[in-house]
Write a protein that binds this ligand. Sequence first.
Ligand SMILES: NC(=O)c1ccc[n+]([C@@H]2O[C@H](COP(=O)([O-])OP(=O)(O)OC[C@H]3O[C@@H](n4cnc5c(N)ncnc54)[C@H](O)[C@@H]3O)[C@@H](O)[C@H]2O)c1
Length: 271
Amino acid sequence: MKVLIAGAAGRIGQVLCEGLAGRGHTVIGLDKVAVDSRHTRWHQVDCRDAAAVRSIFEIEQPEAVIHLAGHPGETSLPAALESHAITTLALLEASVAQRVRRFVYASSNHAVGYHPRTEVLPVDAPHRPDTFYGVSKVTAEALLSLYADRYGLSTIACRIGSFRSEPDSRRALSTWLSHADCVRMFDACLTASTTGFVVIYGISANSRAWWDLDPGRALGYLPQDDAEVFADRLPARPDDDAEAMHVGGLYATERTGRPAFDDAPNRGDRP
Ligand SMILES: NC(=O)c1ccc[n+]([C@@H]2O[C@H](COP(=O)([O-])OP(=O)(O)OC[C@H]3O[C@@H](n4cnc5c(N)ncnc54)[C@H](O)[C@@H]3O)[C@@H](O)[C@H]2O)c1
């Protein structure tokens, strides 16, 4: 399948460019930064620029899109919406115009991060964002839903946990997504027989997982790795208890909060 990866220069993007090409896909890389790639056709574009995105789609005519472009952390709300909602809108518009068959989005557990960690969280639990970053992921998911309903575009949101080569905390024993499983998951999302808007959780087959993996399995994502094999190597940390309170870990604490607007004072400076 000819797949355009937006955000291809990033941590997940680099792993997917190589991994999906290794599985027989033709990969087109797109990012706001230039990359000297011998193996991937490359376009340097800011995904907030809808006209520039559309012209790349006219040239490349991808069959599928994987959207990873955006800042993977907390910012002000305007910056978060630019980074995640506006880029998603530009890529969805170009996808509809070029009759793309499948649109796969790197959403986040922070779209539901304020749910308490009590039992297995289903994909249809209400949105409960833990940050402005989480709000922007909720908005992007809503756009995927709208474009599926209005235009019949097949869209999948993968709520990724912690993409790492190895789990680096007690929380990550539950939220880890290994590099190999990440490739398996996006490959399944590209090739699954499905329609409409679908949400799955993007983690490995972790023994301590508290997210429902069945919707991913229904698409053909069969994770193979388990963070448990690293458990003995991870020392206890002072933040472990605070991280265990909510799905979003420390993002679901005021500590991660940022000013709502870029020019706003910090909360502590307000009268
Ligand atoms: N890494 C994780 O554990 C994790 C967890 C949940 C969700 N995600 C999501 O997955 C996606 C990729 O994450 P990552 O860890 O690879 O991040 P990353 O920062 O390593 O990569 C993001 C890439 O997007 C590019 N980019 C940013 N804004 C852009 C724009 N406007 N136009 C074009 N390119 C742009 C950057 O240059 C970068 O190469 C993000 O949307 C992130 O929110 C990541």
